[in-house]
Design a protein around this ligand. Structure first.
Ligand code: PBG
Length: 330
């Protein structure tokens, strides 16, 4: 569609920027608290429920702490929280069986939140890294992250999370074939209404650094995740991966990280017209929050950075700023 634009002076675009009321009327995209998913770090390791140094303002919480955070989310109008466990290092193995323990930390936290604040949607992370002694999202054999064996493990993990009451499963592992395998297992296991928000286009990114500190995976991880996460140089591949995950039964898709990949967000939304999410990841949060705390940029960058995702077509955003933004918007 080609817009019709009168020549100057008939057309003076500044007319619609003259007052706040006119700017509001002419505004195309808006950010609402209802667009936000708040990621939370949970731990039961004594002393680990503490601030995350590389994410100022973010702390790991006990199970009671995440329940309180979920209550706060409900009060603020945030529709969903997403849980990431900081697992006791003694429970990490190379076979990762803690990942599908029905009583693991994440599953206990899901049950506690659903019991206390049933109206909040709880999203969980499906990937082996919090439970893997080797820090990878998949099972490692002879230095190789093996795909199909990992998918079998992820399916068990997904079923345990669904059993615990998770509303949304977030497979963040980037193995091939995991969405289809999970979807059929959920159908067969009586969990037909559990939604899958696939991390469909997840890039191998240095912006995840602070997150790995938060979940205690930084020390364990040897090497990088480039054999399963995407090459930052690729855009067509993101389209193919989103198409594949939708065909396998994903209900929603995610692009991750967010701000450096807004082109991918826009392309995915335009092409598939499905619920599209972006993850404003830990490194993006750290950069913005760090600069705000230094006084180098104003706090307004928070809203501006999130509005960008709406403009790019995202329906929602996972962001550590969720409670701050909710307060600003109210
Ligand atoms: C791992 C996982 C990661 C994030 C979410 N799930 C890190 C990684 O892939 O190494 C990153 C989130 C963030 O940086 O905020 N399954």
């Amino acid at each position: 569609m080609t817009p019709v634009i009168a020549p100057f002076p008939a057309n003076r675009p500044r007319r619609l920027r003259r007052t706040a009321a006119l700017r509001d009327l002419a505004q195309e995209n808006r950010l609402s608290v209802k667009d936000l998913i708040w990621p939370l770090f949970v731990t039961d390791v004594p002393g680990a429920d503490a601030p995350v140094a590389s994410m100022p303002g973010v702390s790991r919480l006990t199970v009671d702490g995440v329940v309180k955070a979920a209550e706060e989310a409900a009060q603020l109008g945030i529709p969903a929280v997403c849980l990431f466990p900081y697992t006791d290092p003694a429970l990490k193995t190379e076979t990762c069986e803690e990942a599908w323990n029905p009583d693991n930390l994440s599953n206990r936290a899901v049950r506690a939140i659903k019991a206390a604040v049933p109206e909040i949607a709880v999203m969980t992370d499906v990937a082996l890294d919090p439970y893997n002694a080797l820090g990878h999202d998949g099972i490692v054999r002879d230095g190789v992250i093996v795909n199909d064996e990992t998918v079998e493990a992820l399916v068990k993990m997904a079923l345990a999370q669904a059993e615990a009451g998770a509303d949304i499963l977030g497979p963040s592992d980037m193995m091939d074939g995991r969405i289809g395998a999970m979807r059929s297992a959920l159908e067969a296991g009586g969990h037909k209404d559990v939604a899958i928000l696939s991390y469909a286009a997840k890039y191998a990114s240095a912006f995840y650094g602070p997150f790995r500190d938060a979940v205690g995976a930084s020390g364990a991880l040897k090497g990088d995740k480039k054999t399963y996460q995407m090459n930052p140089g690729n855009a067509d591949e993101a389209i193919r991966l989103v198409a594949r995950d939708l065909a396998e039964g994903a209900d929603m898709v995610m692009v991750k990280p967010g701000m450096p990949y807004l082109d991918i967000c826009a392309a995915v939304k335009a092409r598939f017209a499905v619920p599209t999410f972006a993850y404003q990841v830990s490194g993006e949060y750290a950069m913005l929050k760090g600069a705000i705390l230094q006084g180098w940029v104003k706090e307004d960058v928070m809203l501006e950075s999130l509005l960008a995702f709406r403009r790019a077509g995202c329906d929602g955003i996972l962001t550590y700023f969720a409670p701050d933004v909710a307060r600003l918007l109210s």
